[in-house]
Design a protein around this ligand. Structure first.
Ligand code: FAD
Ligand code: DLZ
Ligand code: SF4
Length: 508
């Protein structure tokens, strides 16, 4: 044959650079379910099932379109267990050493391909809006890489929400309208759910058997697993939830796991949806008067702004990014991130839904589990591995800048100009978690004090040298300094006691 065309699990898209110009008669598409990819972190079973099902259905679709597909299932006795291993095996089988690949989204796998003794052409992944070169050009010579400036360039480049070269409505960003606390009632029933078909059922059996002990519930499984289903899920969101997406973007409710979020990141990242169709659909809803500008602008910003910016940072910062630890945090991730009991209702609820759905929305990831890990001084690499494992949308290119950068400040301030830390007050304002919590969010120290309140000051005190000169944090240091020394000492000592009990595995 001519060449092997590699299609990875998160590349199930017909418009893939590796497939472009390939010859259906001469070339062979290689796809493989392999132990290495399924095991480099203990992925949530729903994440593995979603990818395997999407891969199998994509392979079937390619075959229907006349492609030759060499597909390895996980259970195949000949399975070599790794992507390079499968390429070598197929190269031998088909008598070719030429491979075309689309750049993987993790350095780990890029290096594995580079080290593979075959002639591998790695093409850019142009399912993204900004190429590496374009991001680097934008970043070059800037002192600070603020997302907002990058985003405006992407608005100009795409023409999304632009009118005669100006941003629609006269402003680039409507975020100040997007911070409403949790509503009393949500009139959106959540993302569209799909009944497993035969392919999905087969995968569920396999994943249950092989990964049943991983953290996370495999059943009920309702994700879309092909392009048609993912598009229906998108349309459902645009019609029923987008209008209120902006208002409640930062809200959290214990008994509503999705609020007005799209729940499409796993589809977008795997290749079942394209950023352009998502953004076009959102813009069309605004033009038709079906969704307000604050919602549509906020939503489009997440996709052509934050998502592209994060990817740019990951590839620009290089392979050592996930081991950065600028704040020198070294505690182990407590067991309650993996489902052990905790008295902190916010953390317990966020982890519980993560376990059930392989999903949590942005503010839960940032201001509950992320905030707690940062305040408690957890080793950012462990935090990174947790996020990479438990969310169905998690691949390093997007997860690492969100976790190491935005959430844990472990990159020293490349992604964020200040750490995302808050006391319990923020959680109380934006959610209903504190009602019925073992702790009292209004209690700052002593019996029943909310741990976020104690740890917040301990964090500020611990990193005073680094943050005191940050103008956006000066006011908090002034508040801290106005407290009586005995009060400060008591807070620090209670925070220390809490962390020690947590480290010993006590119920906290
Ligand atoms: P919506 O809230 O409806 O937003 C729409 C879309 O915007 C998302 O589907 C996503 O594609 C994009 N988006 C929004 N925020 C971001 C962001 N910060 N970075 C990149 N894209 C964004 N997103 C991932 O795709 N994979 C991850 O592994 C991941 N890890 C995260 C870890 C932490 C600590 C934090 C704070 C955020 C993380 N995010 C990650 C970003 C964000 O939380 C998810 O994209 C979002 O929750 C997905 O749900 P949704 O589709 O309902 O999003
Ligand atoms: C995440 C994942 C999993 C669980 N399994 C596979 C697999 O068996 N085969 C495959 O080709 N890809 C898988 N993936 C996605 C890859 O890990 C992903 O392509 C890289 O992490 C780069 O983003
Ligand atoms: Fe979380 Fe504190 Fe509120 Fe409890 S009181 S839910 S620990 S913020």
């Amino acid at each position: 044959v001519g060449r092997l065309i590699l299609v990875l699990g998160d590349q199930v898209s017909e418009d893939l650079s590796a497939l472009r110009g390939a010859d259906r008669d001469d070339d062979v598409v290689v796809m493989a379910e392999v132990a290495d990819e399924a095991g480099y972190v203990p992925h949530h079973p729903k994440k593995i099932a979603f990818l395997f099902a999407a891969m199998r259905k994509f392979a079937a679709r390619l075959r229907d379109d006349g492609w030759r597909v060499a597909y390895t299932t996980l259970d195949d006795p000949a399975n070599s267990g790794s992507i390079p291993g499968e390429l070598l095996r197929r190269a031998d089988e088909f008598g070719t050493s030429h491979v075309v690949a689309t750049e993987p989204g993790e350095w780990r796998l890029i290096h594995a391909l580079q080290d593979c003794p075959l002639d591998i052409e790695i093409r850019p992944d142009d399912r993204f809006l900004a190429s590496h070169a374009e991001f680097d050009r934008w970043a070059e010579g800037r002192k600070e890489l603020r997302m907002e400036w990058f985003y405006r360039d992407m608005r100009r480049k795409t023409g999304l929400l632009m009118e005669n070269g100006e941003p629609a409505g006269g402003k680039w960003n409507y975020d100040h309208e997007n911070r409403k606390p949790a509503p009393d009632a949500v009139d959106f029933g959540g993302p569209m759910q799909f009944t497993p078909d035969e392919t999905v059922d087969e995968v569920l059996e396999l994943v249950g058997r092989r990964f049943g002990n991983n953290f996370g519930d495999l059943h009920p499984f309702w994700f879309a697993t092909d392009q048609g289903q993912a598009r229906r899920a998108l349309t459902h969101f645009i019609k029923h939830a987008l209008p209120k997406f902006g208002d409640y973007q930062d809200a959290m409710l214990a008994d509503d796991r999705f609020l007005y979020h799209a729940v499409i990141s796993m589809y977008l990242n795997a290749g079942l949806l394209h950023w352009r169709e998502i953004c076009d659909a959102a813009e069309a809803a605004w033009r038709a008067g079906d969704a307000p500008l604050n919602a549509v602008e906020g939503f489009i910003r997440q996709i052509i702004g934050w998502r592209e910016y994060m990817r740019g940072i990951y590839f620009r910062e290089g392979p050592d990014y996930t081991s950065r630890n600028e704040l020198g945090h070294g505690r182990s991730l407590p067991g309650f991130y993996w489902g052990d009991a905790t008295n902190m209702r916010c953390v317990s609820k966020a982890v519980e839904q993560t376990q059930a759905e392989a999903y949590a929305h942005h503010i839960q990831r940032l201001m509950v589990t992320g905030n707690f890990a940062l305040l408690a001084g957890i080793d950012p690499h462990e935090v990174h591995e947790w996020y990479l494992s438990v969310y169905a949308d998690a691949y390093e290119w997007v997860e690492a800048p969100n976790v190491i950068g935005m959430s844990q400040f472990a990159d020293g301030g490349i992604v964020g100009s200040k750490p995302y830390v808050s006391s319990g007050n923020y959680i109380a304002k934006m959610s209903d978690y504190c009602d019925g919590c073992h702790y009292n969010v209004k209690t700052k120290l002593g019996e029943g004090a909310c741990p976020f309140n104690l740890l917040y000051w301990a964090f500020m005190d611990r990193h005073r040298e680094r943050f005191a000169s940050n103008p956006r944090m000066a006011q908090m240091y002034a508040t801290w300094d106005r407290m009586k020394p005995e009060r400060r000492e008591q807070i620090l000592s209670e925070a220390e006691t809490f962390l020690n009990r947590m480290a010993q595995g006590a119920l906290v």
